[in-house]
Design a protein around this ligand. Structure first.
Ligand SMILES: Nc1ncnc2c1ncn2[C@@H]1O[C@H](COP(=O)(O)OP(=O)(O)OP(=O)(O)O)[C@@H](O)[C@H]1O
Ligand SMILES: [Mg+2]
Length: 317
């Protein structure tokens, strides 16, 4: 299948020589939701701005729906919707006009019924005659989303669409994303809320220092990088890991009454049966057993810092 968005060796150096993108290559398929994760300054907005033609690339090739974003700019751009990270609306314009004019800018014929539908979906209908400056911050974010949807894009970029918005808008946004996906729209979003990526993305990309560290199916990523832990609780304090259990590489739990065993979910043998046998042999009385799996957040923190996530048992969910 031909990707709807193809990025090849994309590089961007800002004036002054700072290299914000160091050769990013990525293919995105139609109808997929990709979440881009990365710390502040990683290059997420630069990547999106470059694809959307707001920033010019230093080198590389990008095509949207087969249209090169440089040579075939107009065709590529008409397929793209962008919800920018920064609010950039005209304060004295009315909500209705802001959204309607945006559709016109992309050369689409007037369609008031569609604009009404979008405004209703985003709970902005009763604000349609308000000027932008009369709106709250969250409402302005909704207008940005409405604008981006006004010309019915096939590829939608959401650059931190839920930063600083309330739970309701976040849920609305997730619903809108699900509806758009059902219509075959491709969505690329950046977020600092990892649970958001976990909830809605098909694939997850991690970017840091202008480099794409990985792009992988979310479920495969969690299965591949995730580690599981089993915590065995006892009825009385242990003081230390018993010598007869040393070979299992256990840690003593914080309360001193439990032992924590970390194992690889992909391994052929987890070692749990042997461990429990040895526990019984040692004459220890089991009170409870719990398991925990590392989350996308643990994996992400492990990738962008030098620490290994699975070695921080106390922080696992
Ligand atoms: N116009 C610019 N001129 C010079 N440097 C810039 C410019 N825009 C961004 N940068 C630099 O490029 C790097 C990447 O910035 P970018 O905005 O792409 O990061 P980001 O991943 O979107 O971060 P955040 O999560 O904070 O939004 C940063 O070091 C930033 O300072
Ligand atoms: Mg950004």
């Amino acid at each position: 299948m031909t990707p709807i968005l193809s990025i090849q060796d994309l590089r961007k150096s800002y004036a002054g020589g700072f290299e914000a993108l160091k050769g990013v290559s990525l293919d995105i398929h139609e109808g997929e939701i990709l979440a881009l994760l990365g710390p502040n300054g990683a290059g997420k907005t630069t990547l999106i701005s470059t694809i959307c033609g707001i920033t010019t690339m230093t080198s590389g090739q990008v095509s949207v729906g087969g249209h090169d974003i440089v040579h075939d700019f107009r065709a590529a751009r008409s397929m793209i919707g962008l919800v920018p990270q920064e609010v950039n609306l005209e304060p004295f314009e009315k909500v209705w006009n802001t959204v309607r004019f945006s559709r016109g800018l992309f050369g689409k014929p007037r369609n008031d019924a569609l604009i009404e539908q979008i405004l209703r979906k985003l709970s902005l209908w009763d604000k349609k005659d308000s000027t932008i400056k009369e709106l709250s911050g969250g409402m302005k974010r909704r207008v940005l989303i409405a604008k981006a949807l006004s010309h019915e894009p096939r590829v939608l970029f959401l650059d931190e669409p839920t930063a600083g918005v309330d739970v309701e808008l976040r849920k609305d946004m997730w619903d809108i994303v699900a509806e758009l996906k059902a219509d075959g729209v491709t969505i690329i979003l950046t977020t600092h809320y990892i649970e958001e990526a976990e909830a809605i993305a098909d694939r997850v990309g991690v970017i840091n220092h202008g480099e794409l560290l990985l792009v992988e199916e979310k479920s495969a990523l969690i299965a591949r990088m995730g580690q599981k832990q089993i915590e065995v609780q006892f009825g009385e304090p242990l003081g230390a890991v018993p010598a007869s259990l040393a070979r299992h590489g256990l840690e003593l739990g914080q309360d001193g009454q439990s032992l924590i065993y970390t194992y690889d979910t992909q391994a052929e043998r987890t070692g749990i049966t042997t461990l429990l046998n040895d526990v019984a042999q040692a004459g220890l009385v089991l009170r409870d057993v719990q398991t925990r799996q590392s989350s996308l957040e643990d994996i992400f923190v492990g990738l962008v810092s030098d620490r290994k996530p699975a070695n921080r048992p106390g922080e696992m969910q």
